[in-house]
Design a protein around this ligand. Sequence first.
Ligand code: CA
Length: 231
Amino acid sequence: MSGLILIVEDEKDLSTTLEYNLEREGYQTRAAYTGEEAIMLAQKSPYPDLILLDLMLPDIPGTEVCRRLRSIGETRHIPVVMATAKGEEIDRVVGFEVGADDYVPKPFSVRELILRIRAVLRRTQTLDLEAGVELTFGDLRVDPDAHQVWLGESEIVLTALEFKLLTTLLSRKGRVQSRKQLLDDVWGIQADVSTRTVDTHVKRLRHKLGSAGEYIETLRGVGYRFRPHTE
Ligand code: CA
């Protein structure tokens, strides 16, 4: 599994160890050493797929960082795994209250942490995309097994690529996908196509989706996202 992880940890040694181990597992990493830096880096494209957030930071508490991430459009839907020192059991409750997706008590084994991260990413990246489970959003209905899409009662015929683009955006609804990220995930890293190809395909997909086309939003200069809610 791939993905960009933002590591928020003020202990430099631990941060370096985490970077090294996560990269060895195939993840990309970005490191922040303070809460303010974390909030800034989380809003930088390409957006992180997950934020590993230490609770005790030199400037602002991790819970506050999490709360602020949840109030910013671009970072609202990025999963957060919170790390905190042993004996701070109370913080676990606070962590979930401010919107953390998971929690690991320190000291953690790197191996355990990676398993947690992988589980959270699997949960968020493949949201509803399990075999046999139909995906619905407003009048739009997607059958991932049969590769079929309906708008109300009428079937929409998509190419395999358009279908993949739609399911990728839909399964990450509410989360901004940069053109580069879509190229990697839909076309594949080796594909010899430019980011303009993404725009062309999104345009065509929107057109085919008719009234549901507006569910795919353009974030100028950033990328695309599937609207988080029908309204
Ligand atoms: Ca710390």
